[in-house]
Design a protein around this ligand. Structure first.
Ligand code: XCC
Ligand code: SF4
Length: 649
């Protein structure tokens, strides 16, 4: 039986309309399943439950009573730290396995073994080659690409030394990592070691577990994720600013609607091309459709938005709603963030759910396996399936009207071009505006949605509005970018409407929104690169931890968010999470993550369930960093107008 849908589940009309439809149709959504899980296990919520061996499961009493240790003697801090470490390993594994897939495809493309993909951004390839220490000289692009592909692929299985991309970080930062002994040796190695250490009876000391979580997470942000972003840019093109639209209103009743959902662009890039194939378009017409519309959900959406301007249908919790519209003819998923519920929701409509990756199957879905060697064939097959399914719509479709414009496509390179000009790309104007106080600081706001946090998107939007109101430039990725795009924050006009006077002035001069969409979850590596570019430009300290900057994942849910948070903390950034935090029952560990760790890595964690308070934690941190840099008085000076200045003379 479906639970009554309360209107407060979302802040956007499109979602509300389809949540109501689900209710009328008697279809269960994530919010209903979440309600049925209540009350959730308190031990689990606080990080005080362990089932790493069969002497357990063991729970620790959070009120200081017995039991205070598990059968093996592990206490609250050990248990929560092991859990945190495994979340980091899982998140790193997800991003990095994605990166590995991209590297394998890239190498096959470079060797000329597969067709359909190409090397689009030679400039970026050459830059990457230099960072890898690969000779360029007068070698052919193909030879360089083969070396880059082999080197990138090798990083996953590397056993010794240091991952080469960490050399991109400011020198001072590298020294901090080297001294602490947390520079990752190889991507897979750190993940495996995390799993070993968190076995029964190995690493029982929470500082030491977190230290390895740091090493593992760095192998994600400056390793697997960065490889994914870089090689995707080389193959599919580095994003440039473009206009598109977002929300379920992008679905079109009269066309075939295909939704791509997940994370990897290897297949969706091909689906973009297949959806424009004249033969398939003719078939669509033959079936009575007025064309083929493509839309994305989650990070696959962000990938094809950034490079092709394909509209976004929605964020994580809108995946079921897209099916409920009754006009989604096919949903194609690849890896990560889809619900097992999709086929059962689809049963009430006509939608065909396709899984495409051997790593990601769903009971009840149709599996059409994707191999890069015949990528276009697979893409065409899927588009054809969607077209054939168009006439099977059952009637009673509801397509919400609501959609919103957005500007996306801000790679860290583009930010340089936008601010400094195409021929003298530079971060100097950004640094100058931070130094003079027009821009108070920079915040990365990223991550998921979570039915724990209703209404959907509310925390993201409130936090980001509060930040830009206080002149903080916001950089976004993932579902957080989609949430704020729906709320109209990713258009240049948002500057005048929501931003403080300083930030608004800068945005209006340059013609950018106050909130910059930098891509998918693996593209958080772009935020690392942008922050590094700011440090290297000069005038704002000599390490990432000196920057007036902060990060947040307001409605996080995936283990990947923990890996991301930990690599930002390990890179010297202050990171605030909302909703829940996985160690709260372990007092010493939490104190260490929220405070003690700052002395070692320069960054630290915080947890805050109120979006406005969370924004102000970030703003206070930014102000403290401004003070340390000696630029805290600049802001007042800027705001004096000519009259004031004359009065002062
Ligand atoms: Fe998944 Fe990346 Fe989270 Fe969205 S934001 S729910 S991880 S799609 Ni990264
Ligand atoms: Fe219990 Fe220790 Fe086994 Fe965990 S590892 S289940 S705490 S005995």
């Amino acid at each position: 039986m479906a639970i009554e849908k309360k209107p407060e589940k979302a802040i956007d009309e499109a979602s509300l309309t389809l949540i109501c439809k689900a209710c009328e149709d008697g279809v269960d959504l994530s919010w209903d399943r979440f309600e049925r899980q209540q009350p959730q296990c308190g031990f689990g919520l606080l990080g005080l439950c362990c089932r790493h061996c069969s002497m357990g499961p063991c729970n620790i009493n959070p009120f200081g009573d017995e039991p205070s240790v598990g059968v093996c003697g592990a206490n609250a801090d050990t248990i929560a730290a092991r859990h945190f470490g495994r979340m980091t390993a899982a998140g790193t594994a997800a991003h990095s396995d994605h990166g590995r897939g991209v590297a394998q495809t890239f190498l096959a493309v470079a060797r000329g073994e597969i067709k359909g993909y190409q090397i689009k951004d030679e400039q970026k390839l050459l830059k990457l080659a230099m960072d890898f220490g690969i000779p360029i000289g007068d070698r052919s692009i193909q030879d360089i690409a083969i070396d880059v592909g082999e080197k990138a692929l090798g990083m996953f299985g590397q056993q010794e030394g240091e991952l080469p991309l960490l050399k991109r970080a400011p020198l001072k930062r590298q020294e901090i990592w080297r001294k602490l002994g947390v520079l990752p040796r190889g991507i897979d190695r750190e993940v495996v070691e995390m799993m070993h250490r968190t076995n029964i009876g190995v690493d029982m000391e929470y500082h030491n577990i977190i230290k390895h979580a740091t090493r593992t997470a760095l192998a994600d942000g400056w390793g697997g994720s960065m490889i994914a972003t870089e090689l995707q840019d080389v193959m599919f093109g580095t994003p440039m600013p473009l206009v598109s639209s977002v929300n379920l209103g992008i679905l079109d009743k009269d066309t075939v609607n295909i939704i791509v959902h997940g994370h990897e662009p290897l297949l969706s890039e091909m689906i973009v091309a297949a959806s424009r194939d004249p033969e398939l378009l003719a078939l669509a017409t033959e079936k009575g459709a007025k064309g083929i519309s493509l839309g994305g959900i989650c990070c696959t959406a962000n990938e094809i938005l950034m490079r092709h301007g394909i509209p976004i249908a929605g964020d994580f919790l809108q995946q079921e709603l897209a099916v409920i519209s009754g006009v989604c003819d096919a949903m194609v998923v690849d890896v990560q963030c889809f619900f097992l519920s999709l086929p059962s929701v689809a049963k009430c409509y006509h939608t065909k759910i396709f899984t495409t990756n051997v790593r990601g199957m769903i009971e009840g879905a149709i599996h059409v396996e994707f191999h890069e060697h015949h990528a276009m064939e697979t893409a065409k097959k899927l588009v054809r399936e969607a077209i054939e399914n168009f006439p099977n719509r059952k009637g009673g479709e509801v397509v919400p009207k609501d959609k919103m414009d957005l500007v996306a496509g801000f790679s860290h390179e583009t930010i340089g071009y936008m601010l400094g000009g195409l021929f003298r790309a530079s971060y100097k104007p950004l640094n100058d505006n931070i130094i003079n106080g027009r821009i108070r600081g920079v915040a990365g706001v990223v991550g998921c949605n979570n039915p724990r946090m209703v209404p959907l998107d509310d925390y993201h939007v409130k936090m980001v509005k509060e930040l830009i109101k206080h002149d903080v430039l916001v950089l976004q990725t993932g579902c957080s970018a989609i949430a704020c795009a729906k709320a109209g924050l990713l258009v240049p006009e948002a500057a005048a409407k929501y931003a403080g006077p300083g930030l608004a002035e800068v945005c209006e001069t340059v013609g950018i929104p106050p909130v910059l969409h930098m891509g998918s979850c693996v593209d958080n590596s772009r935020i690392l690169m942008a922050a590094t570019a700011v440090v290297k430009e000069g005038g704002l300290g000599d390490d990432l931890s000196d920057l007036p900057a902060a990060g947040a994942a307001p409605e996080w849910m995936s283990e990947k968010a923990i890996a991301i948070g930990q690599y930002f903390v390990a890179s010297g950034i202050y990171v605030v999470f909302g909703g829940s935090f996985p160690t709260l029952g372990a007092k010493k560990l939490t104190e260490y993550l929220f405070n003690g760790i700052e002395k070692e890595v320069g960054g630290k964690w915080a947890f805050e369930s109120d979006p406005i308070k969370a924004a102000h934690l970030m703003i206070s941190h930014i102000d403290a960093k401004r003070k340390a840099l000696g630029i805290d008085t600049a802001k007042e000076r800027v705001l004096l107008d000519m009259g004031d200045r004359r009065a002062l003379d």
